[in-house]
Ligand binder design. Structure first.
Ligand code: FAD
Length: 453
């Protein structure tokens, strides 16, 4: 053990968080709550999030509460639960009639929404709501991380504008195209870059009256998944909507007058540019893939604006990272394990990461055996990585399977609703029925073992 220099227990840490996305901001709040000094370095000139919806599991909300109650309070201020007691999965392909009574018979299966315990929100509003709890000056905008090096005194971060910063530790939350991941794993490591999942998403908002015409009152006014061959869709009424305009991101209260439509297609072709993952396209390009679908679904597409946003879904399933940490630098959230959205839990994994990270740092800093700060942080970050690797990477891989299951492309389930339901439930239980206390106990134990090495 190196006992010269500042010992771990002598002070709290000065931590640099890279990225002020959803996971970066909540991680920063958790670290501040634990007594650390935190500076967040964000590449963009302001908070940046899309005005799309996302949801958090009950487990993620429990982690938010423990991380810093202000995170959960922010979600409660802007979030909402599904208004229908069940989450319903419909056959989007059959029947070949638009008769609403018949189309109501196309229910494949349903699950209790209360049991699933998701709380949804508009991601841009949630980010801004959380950010209000950060002390002024915590976030430095316009700071794009280019490189870092570990020095005896700490980690030196270098940014694209030529500026330099120092920190005891770096927590990189810089998202799916993480620069920190490339630096930590090496540019040539295949895990440094995400891959195309061969799924694309089209997203649009339409007036709720149009959704009612296409789907009927019940389906249009509640969250629904519509399954079918090589495609699936989500539709749900919007209480808010957000837009990125010339003046920045703004929100409007929609009061359930709009319907959010996401259409996911299987796309066997390669994606042209991995750095440009969203495009504005003509909606006509998705029509051929849905030409045989049930009339209500086709009408939904007809009612979408001519120009829609298309998202390429990338993830790290093909090339998972073999570690989330090296030395005094840790990857958290999508930087560590970017996932496709089919479990609706990519960011939930980031919340769990943040809680483990804060807790292992607490364990390491309360160690009294005279370790240096660098040694303590290294041990904590290795414990974090070892506890989080398996679960978060399982999520990434299972989420890919879920995309195939929804699109009737998964051989074990095909288009059989009971098999699909059973498969979804088994996988989802792994996400929802999770023991946060046990996760933290394992992390503490792992960290203590490493501190004694
Ligand atoms: P990001 O949100 O990508 O934030 C990264 C931040 O880092 C950005 O602000 C960026 O500007 C900044 N940055 C990047 N590079 C640098 C740099 N070099 N220097 C400084 N700053 C930098 N998850 C759920 O849990 N529930 C859902 O319902 C859900 N739905 C989804 C739906 C879709 C369509 C998609 C695509 C994903 C969904 N997810 C969902 C996943 C979720 O969106 C991500 O897991 C989450 O946004 C990751 O947050 P993050 O903060 O790690 O990364």
């Amino acid at each position: 053990k190196q006992t010269n220099g500042e010992t771990a227990s002598s002070t709290s840490l000065d931590i640099a968080v890279v990225g002020a996305g959803i996971v970066g901001v909540m991680t920063a709040l958790g670290l501040l709550h634990a007594g650390h000094t935190v500076t967040v370095y964000e590449r963009a000139n302001d908070y940046f999030e899309v005005g799309a919806a996302m949801a958090f599991t009950g487990v993620a909300r429990e982690c938010m509460q423990r991380l810093d109650p202000s995170v959960l309070e922010a979600l409660h201020r802007v979030g909402e639960v599904n208004r229908h007691p069940m989450n319903r999965y419909w056959d989007g392909f059959n029947p070949a009639t638009k008769d609403v009574a018949q189309s109501e018979q196309s229910l494949l299966f349903q699950q209790s929404a209360r049991e699933l315990d998701y709380m949804g929100c508009l991601r841009s509003i949630f980010l801004q709501e959380m950010a209000k709890a950060l002390p002024d000056g915590t976030v430095k905008f316009g700071k794009s991380l280019e490189s870092y090096s570990e020095e005896a005194a700490g980690v030196e971060l270098r940014f694209a504008d030529g500026s330099i910063a120092q920190a005891d530790a770096v927590v990189a939350c810089d998202g799916i195209h993480s620069k920190a991941r490339q630096l930590l794993l090496g540019e040539d490591n295949p895990a440094s870059r995400p891959s195309f999942t061969h799924k694309v998403a089209y997203r649009a908002l339409i007036p709720i009256a149009d959704a009612v015409n296409a789907l009927g009152e019940d389906k249009a006014n509640n969250q629904c998944a519509h399954l079918g061959p090589d495609a699936h869709a989500l539709s749900f009424p919007a209480s808010y909507w957000g837009l990125l305009g010339a003046a920045g991101l703004f929100h409007e209260v929609a009061n359930w007058t709009l319907s959010n439509i996401f259409i996911f297609l299987h796309d066997p072709k390669p994606w042209p540019d991995p750095h440009k993952m969203t495009l504005e396209v003509e909606k006509s390009e998705m029509v051929p893939a849905l030409s045989q679908w049930a009339p209500g679904m086709r009408e939904l597409v007809e009612r979408m604006p001519e120009k829609v946003f298309k998202w390429a879904i990338f993830d790290m399933a093909e090339n998972p990272a073999n570690t989330f940490a090296h030395g005094r630098v840790a990857l958290v959230g999508d930087a560590a394990h970017a996932s496709s959205p089919f479990h609706g839990a990519g960011a939930c994994m980031g919340v769990e990461d943040a809680l483990v990270l804060v807790s292992v740092l607490e364990t390491a800093l309360s160690d009294t055996s005279g370790l240096s700060k660098a040694q303590a942080v290294t041990a904590a970050f290795q414990a974090y990585s070892s506890v989080r690797l398996e679960r978060s990477q399982w999520l990434v891989s299972s989420s890919r399977d879920m995309g195939e299951i929804y699109q009737w492309r998964y051989s074990a389930t095909g288009s059989d609703p009971m098999k699909i339901k059973a498969e979804i439930e088994t996988r989802s239980r792994k996400i929802w029925d999770y023991d946060v206390d046990q996760m933290l106990a394992e992390a503490k134990q792992d960290c203590e073992k490493r501190l004694k090495l």
